[in-house]
Design a protein around this ligand. Sequence first.
Ligand SMILES: C[S@@+](CC[C@H](N)C(=O)[O-])C[C@H]1O[C@@H](n2cnc3c(N)ncnc32)[C@H](O)[C@@H]1O
Length: 402
Amino acid sequence: MVKYSTLKKKLKIEVERGADNGLAHLTHYFQNHQNGVSQHYSKSAIEYLSHRSEELHLVKEPQMQQLLPIKFDVPFPPPAEYDFTFLDLFAGIGGFRIPMQELKGKCVFTSEFNYQAQRTYEYNFGEAPFGDITALDLDIVPKHDVLTAGFPCQPFSISGKMKGFEDTRGTLIYNVFQIIEKRQPKVVFLENVKHLIHHDKGNTLKTIIKDLEELDYKVSWKLLNAADFGVPQNRERIIILGHKDKKFDFTKLKTKPKLIIKDILDKNVKFEYLDEPYTILPDYRVQESGLIFIGHRNKSIRKAGVRPGTEHLSRVHKQPNRIYSSEGIHPALPSQESSGRFWILDEGKVRKLTINECYKIMGFPENFIKNTSLGDSYRQIGNSVCVPMIKEITEQIKAQLL
Ligand SMILES: C[S@@+](CC[C@H](N)C(=O)[O-])C[C@H]1O[C@@H](n2cnc3c(N)ncnc32)[C@H](O)[C@@H]1O
């Protein structure tokens, strides 16, 4: 059986910046040859290979078949047997895919348009995502059981239009609704930031729910916190679940005992200590969320609405200047902090969280291959989902809805 890495070298295939979806077609073809889904990808996969290689100049499907099966020597190969199929939309670096594969889910289609995220994804799963979802030919999207999407939140308002999901035309959720309408998955699994609840005075969330109901789904949603699922991070995310017949029961989710930052820290590695002036507060308190804001870099503080003598409050300080105690939990990792200025006080010293610790705080497995650019690695993990939380929700989707 040929190894994926060998084939990649032989065929000289790699994710390329600004390329069309050729590699996505080919890798989706390779990963779906046994489940009847590869027909969606075979024509363009053949075209792609013919353009790449003299040797495979007139490649035909039977020759492609000879390449199969492939041994996927990547950290997260497709499962040999599976219980359900899913789509990974706005896939990022695969925060949904890792736990869903672990629970015997088979990804049959993925889309992500950021070049660096596509590279990371392909290193880990042996499959290149399709690009821009707004430019997709929907015919290539196969039927599936669960549609997952951690879509970017954009403004839209229900007021006055009342045209069903057409209300959202021009936004990314509209493209998701189009796929749902065409392929009618059993389950729709959406994830977004907490702010979606209040976005446009609650109209954005209301519109999403109304549109899913018009597409014949029973919808339920809840704000969940990653800290309840076995990672020391206060990361609140809204989860929206739709099913054709029943509502998802969030009360069945099993939570885990709370961890603190100290529980996941690296040992015996070189740390980046803070070598500029900072202040450790003489008094601090454990916040309700479990965070312990314990100090700050001595940088200028926020001016708007700040009273004198409030330096002990985290909100007075810009995010990259805050220092948190390793005895508490960590605030949500943002995607904008590409130099990883997440400062912690541990063993009496102030240091940055390592990139490895950032991935652990999101519950990523140790064998996950990070992007070779450190800045992109930080951006990608800050954009992602917390793996154990998605895993617990998926367990319950399997138990309740599939
Ligand atoms: C919030 S992130 C989701 C991250 C993902 N859940 C993960 O586990 O890493 C949203 C992603 O949508 C991607 N995206 C935004 N617009 C897109 C589009 N038009 N087509 C495809 N992907 C898009 C972004 O590049 C980003 O990676």
